[in-house]
Every structure is written in C-alpha cells, then in structure tokens.
Design a protein around this ligand. Structure first.
Ligand code: SAH
Length: 463
C-alpha cells in the first residue's frame, strides 16, 4: 500500500518539517497490523515527495482470529495491496501533528495553502470513478484516475474496481491529510476494525471545516460508518445540529427578534391552533411533530385526547430537554408516557421512527434547511415515512414588507436559509405532491393582506 505526497512549494524540502519527518531518513514503526515506513524518494529544492508505505501483516491479521472464524477470504484478499482504512490508521499514526495542523518549525507554512498532490497506487473505488470525483472534486481537487485492469495478461476480463489516483490541489497539508483519512475508507467501504461510537468523534474531528458543507456528506458518513446505520444517523445528526445550533442565549435572542416581529398577531399561537384544527378535521389518529423545538405544539397535541399517540422529533438535544420539561415527561404515569415519544433525529434522513404515524407536521422548519437538502427531506418524508396527512407551514416572504423597521432582503430569523413567496412555496409543494402521489391544498395563517397575502402559508398534503 503506497501513498505519496508531493509539493512543489519552494523550498520543497520544507515538506519534511510539515510532516515532522526528516527527508534524510527512513522512519519505520510497527503497528498492530504491520509496519509503516515513511521515506522520501525525492527531496529537492523544487520538488519533494514523501512516501508512506504500509506493509500489512496479512497473515498476522488472520491469526488474530479464532480458528472457526477464519475463512478463505481472510487469507486471499486485497488487503495487503490496496489503500483502505488501514491506510487511514497509518496516516494518523505517522502524521499526527500534521493532521492536527501543527508544525514545530514551520507553523506559518502549515497554515498556508501550498501546491500539493497525492498519489495512491491502488485505490479500491467501490462506487467507481464517478464517486471518486464526487468525493474529491467539491473539495477543490483536480482528480486523475486510471482504472486498473483485472489482469494485465487478460484484458478481455475487463476493468477491476481498483484505480491509480492522483489528486492535486493548492491547500494546507492538514487538509489533504484529513480528506484522505476520511475518504479512503469511504471509497473502500469495508472498515477493518469494529466501528464504535468513538468513531463518530474521529469523523467529526477529521471532517471539521469541510464535511458539513460537502454535497455528499450523507453518503460519506454512511459509508464511513460501515454497516452501522444507527451510528451514521447519530453522526449526521451531530453534523446537522452544528448547522442548526442548539438554542443558547443568542438563539433565544434571535427567536425573540422573530417573535417581536410577529407579535402583533401572536402568530405562533395562531399557527399552532390552525394546525391542530386541521389535524382534527382530517381525523388524524397519531401525529409526529417534526422539528418540534421546545415542544409548544407538541404539548397541545398531547393534550388532545383524540390522538392515540404523539411524538416530537428535533435535531437539537437542548430543545428536546426543554420540551421534556414542558411536558413533565418524568412525572408521567406509565400509561401517559406510552402515549408520547420524544427523540432526536435529522429530517433529511430516512428514519423508521417517524414512519407509521397517521399524520406529520413540519411547522416553520423547512426554511431552516439548506435548499440543496430539500430533495433529501422530500425523500425521507414523502417517499419513506409517507404519513397519510402532512402539514407544512413556512413564512410568506412577501408579507415581510409589512413588518415595521425590517430592512428589505432581511429574513425573519437569522437561521432561515430562505423564505418563500407564495408562488415559490406552491411550486415546491405542488412538485413534491405530484412526485409522491399526494394531493395538496393551501391555507393561510394570520391576517391576510390583500396584495401581499398572509404572514404564514400552510400546505396540507393528503395521500
Ligand atoms: N416547529 C416549532 C419550531 C420550529 S424552529 C414551532 O412550531 O414552534 C425549527 C426547528 O427545526 C429547530 O428546533 C431546529 O432544531 C429544527 N431543525 C432544523 N433543521 C433540522 C433537521 N435537519 N432535522 C431535524 N430538526 C431540524
């Protein structure tokens, strides 16, 4: 397994300081699964290349297993030759200070973007070149990939899943190392070690500053976590939660701002009353409140005896804690407690816990999502959870003109990613209904202005 990292930044030999490995020497160390060597095939003023060679003890790995657990595949496999999660461990052990963005002798340079390239001699890309590009190109890499034949002697056997890959970018050394650390096992998919919860912390630490905004973040997290969907979900939630910070003081202040704007009509209250009425009218038997925040609507839903079961989901743990207190969850009898559920979850992720409810509501939540995540929400909600009734409310941007003192082009809340006009809302809602076999009707909430419409717009989807 061979990975090389090259720079043409001058003096190129500074790469030795950045990686904390002297170019004049070979650095070898033993790991539990083999030996790793760092050496420099080239170390000149203009160009310097560090090579990380991992010499995997494939037989030793098999011997570590009980006899009954050994299969032929444990002996005959590609492990010794291809970059994989072993490579990530080798990177972490060999270049730990560089990964953390530190350099004793060249700290300034460690914080500077320099021309870098990485070559991976044999990289399994389960997902093909397309996935390889979708992973690295958004991070600013020029990607060159050459698919290796299954067997040189028999070209008619066709290509293998292996690629020789070259990545080039102007970035910090820590960036390229962190990207490789996370994405090599994502491409390979099979992790060699048991994946536990601490893996989430590693992923979030190594993904800091780039993973959250990566267009493939969902796939990256899922594949990184191997066959552990619950851990993947938790990791995604923590990424999302960073997107939508838990309500702290600044959040409370922002919410107060929004509330103050809408105060005249006590819109929040009217919203919740309208939603509750619509649910009752539709004869909903159970309801899940998605993005329930601090549980205001959920409390009303719970108090409505016609609902056999209610639940609240939110990405923010702190909001959920407040909701639990508002509902006096800890003082409920067993029977009361059985009627209500409160859990953390991400709306853009298929989640069995929200399937099986007769109705779902999404009250003032979609505008908190990045527009690029809306198709994922649509899939998770309309495609997967598929409640019989779904109620969505969101601000009507046109109405903002009537809020005194609100500058044009401002949104009602700093966390809002967008606010839709009536037309834009209908376009999204109509499309989602049509694509997923729902009917949709629209309603208004709050005092309706003749030309600008209502402050809040509502869509009621039914199957
Ligand atoms: N529904 C509430 C308030 C909504 S505020 C009410 O009617 O008063 C928006 C809420 O959506 C926040 O609590 C936020 O944590 C949650 N949220 C935002 N993005 C989310 C996501 N992707 N998954 C789950 N919850 C999310």
């Amino acid at each position: 397994m061979l990975l090389t990292i090259t720079t043409t930044h001058r003096p190129a030999t500074d790469l030795g300081f950045l990686l904390a490995k002297n170019p004049a020497r070979t650095h070898s160390r033993k790991l539990s699964f083999g030996a790793v060597h760092v050496f420099y095939p080239e170390a000149g003023e203009e160009r310097c290349t560090a090579a990380l060679l991992l010499d995997l003890d494939a037989l030793g790995l098999v011997r570590g297993r009980g006899r009954e657990q050994r299969t032929l595949a444990h002996y005959v496999n590609d492990r010794a030759y291809v970059a994989s999660s072993f490579m990530s461990v080798a990177i972490a052990r060999s270049f730990s200070t560089a990964l953390a963005g530190r350099s004793k002798e060249r700290q300034k340079l460690a914080e500077t973007a320099i021309p870098l390239s990485a070559e991976i001699a044999v990289l399994p890309c389960r997902g093909g070149e397309d996935l390889l590009r979708r992973l690295f190109e958004p991070l600013g890499y020029a990607v060159a990939a050459e698919q290796l034949p299954l067997d040189d002697a028999f070209p008619e056997w066709g290509p293998s899943v292996y690629f020789r890959v070259r990545l080039e970018a102007t970035c910090r050394v820590s960036e390229i190392l962190n990207h490789l650390y996370v994405l090599l096992p994502v491409l390979d998919r099979d992790k060699h070690y048991w994946i536990g919860r601490d893996e989430i912390d590693k992923l979030l630490a190594k993904g800091e500053g780039w993973l959250k905004d990566h267009p493939e973040r969902e796939q990256i997290v899922q594949r990184y976590m191997g066959r552990k969907p619950s851990l993947a979900r938790e990791a995604l939630m923590r990424l999302v939660a960073e997107d939508d910070p838990a309500p702290d003081e600044t959040d409370a202040a922002r919410a107060a701002e929004e509330e103050a704007l809408e105060e005249k009509i006590s819109l929040n209250d009217e919203r919740h009353r309208t939603v509750l009425e619509a649910l009752k009218q539709a004869g909903a038997s159970s309801v899940v409140d998605l993005g329930c925040a601090e549980g205001r609507l959920l409390k009303r839903l719970y108090e409505e005896r016609s609902f056999e079961r209610v639940a609240g989901m939110d990405a923010s743990i702190r909001s959920l804690e407040i909701a639990a207190r508002r509902l006096y969850l800890d003082r409920m009898t067993e029977r009361q407690r059985a009627r209500i559920d409160l859990f953390q979850g991400a709306l853009t992720y298929r989640d069995r816990r929200i399937a099986g409810f007769d109705a779902a509501c999404l009250i003032e939540v979609i505008e908190h999502l990045d527009p690029a995540r809306l198709p994922a929400l649509e899939q998770a909600l309309f495609g997967f959870a598929r409640p019989r009734i779904l109620i969505v409310t969101t601000p009507n941007r046109e109405y903002n003109a009537l809020f005194k003192g609100m500058p044009q082009d401002r949104l009602r809340h700093r966390d809002h990613r967008f606010e839709w006009t009536r037309e834009e809302f209908r376009q999204w809602a109509g499309g989602a209904a049509e694509r997923n076999g729902y009917a949709v009707r629209y309603a208004t909430i709050g005092e309706v202005d003749e030309s600008l419409g209502p402050p809040t717009q509502m869509a009621v989807f039914t199957q």
